[in-house]
Design a protein around this ligand. Structure first.
Ligand code: SF4
Length: 241
C-alpha cells in the first residue's frame, strides 16, 4: 500500500498522550485561513511512500516511544484524504503495541470506515467553528460533516480530544464558542478540549510558496480572551487545556 507522505516529527504531549511519532500526510480539502502548513495542501507535495517505508522510520523510535508511554499519530494535511493508507499505518502501529491517534478536521469523516476507527485509540478532532458561516469563512467548507463525525465517534465509544483554534475577530464570538462547548458537552467521549491560540509561525512557509498569508494583520489572542474562551468550555463541565 502506497500513499503520499509529507514528513514526520517527534512531539511531546501535543499530538496525543506522551511522546509521539507524528506522520504528516499530504493533501487537504480545507484552506483554513490560519493554516500553518500550507506546504501539505497539495497531494503532489507528498513523497510516494509505502507503509513499510513509514514504519521503517517509526521503528527507529518504537522502543523509546513505548517506554515513554507515547504513541503514533497520523496527521496532515488531512489523513482522511488517504483513508486506506491511513488505516494501514494505524494498524501497523497497533501491531507494534503503540497507542494510535488520528488528527483530523473531520470534514472527510465519512471516509473513515470501521477498520480505520478500530485501529484508532484517540481522535484529535479540530472543530474550527460552530456557526456555519464562520466555518465556511475559516475553511472554505461546511461544518456539518465534522459534527456528524463527532457524533459517530461518540456513539462508537472512540475517545476525542477536541481542538479549537482561537482567532481574534474570526472565531472568538461568544456564541460561536458557546455552540461548540454545548455540542462537546453532549459527547460522552470528549476527554478534553484544547484551546489553541492563533499564531503566525507558518508565515515563512507562505512566503516560500508565494501565497499571501490571509491573517497577516491578526494578532494572537491576549490572556483575557483566552481566559474567557477557556472559561466558556469549562462552564459546560469540560476539561480544558
Ligand atoms: S485542515 Fe489543517 S492542514 Fe488543512 S488547511 Fe486546515 S489547518 Fe491546514
Amino acid at each position: 500500500m502506497y500513499g503520499r507522505f509529507h514528513s514526520y516529527d517527534l512531539s511531546v504531549g501535543v499530538d496525543g498522550p506522551g511522546t509521539r511519532f507524528v506522520a504528516f500526510l499530504a493533501g487537504c480539502p480545507l484552506r483554513c485561513l490560519y493554516c500553518h502548513s500550507p506546504d501539505t495542501w497539495n497531494l503532489r507535495n507528498g513523497k510516494l511512500s509505502s507503509v513499510d517505508d513509514v514504519m521503517t522510520e517509526v521503528d527507529k523510535y518504537t522502543q523509546f516511544i513505548r517506554a515513554a508511554g507515547g504513541g503514533f499519530t497520523v496527521s496532515g494535511g488531512e489523513p482522511l484524504l488517504q483513508p486506506r493508507f491511513t488505516t494501514e499505518l494505524l494498524a501497523a502501529a497497533k501491531q507494534r503495541q503503540l497507542h494510535t491517534a488520528l488528527d483530523t478536521s473531520g470534514f472527510l469523516g465519512d471516509r473513515a470506515d470501521d477498520a480505520l476507527l478500530a485501529a484508532t485509540d484517540l481522535v484529535l478532532l479540530d472543530v474550527k467553528s460552530w456557526h456555519p458561516d464562520t466555518y465556511r469563512q475559516v475553511t472554505g467548507r461546511e461544518v456539518a460533516p465534522t459534527l456528524r463525525f463527532a457524533r459517530r465517534l461518540a456513539e462508537r465509544g472512540t475517545a476525542i480530544w477536541l481542538r479549537f483554534v482561537l482567532v481574534p475577530g474570526l472565531t472568538d464570538r461568544p456564541s460561536n464558542v458557546e455552540g461548540i462547548a454545548r455540542f462537546a458537552a453532549l459527547l460522552p467521549t470528549v476527554q478534553r478540549v484544547e484551546v489553541l491560540p492563533f499564531h503566525r509561525l507558518g508565515v515563512a512557509k507562505y512566503q516560500v510558496l508565494g501565497i499571501p498569508f490571509p491573517l497577516a494583520d491578526t494578532q494572537p489572542p491576549d490572556e483575557a480572551l483566552l481566559s474567557r474562551v477557556r472559561g466558556q468550555f469549562a462552564e459546560q463541565g469540560l476539561t480544558v487545556c
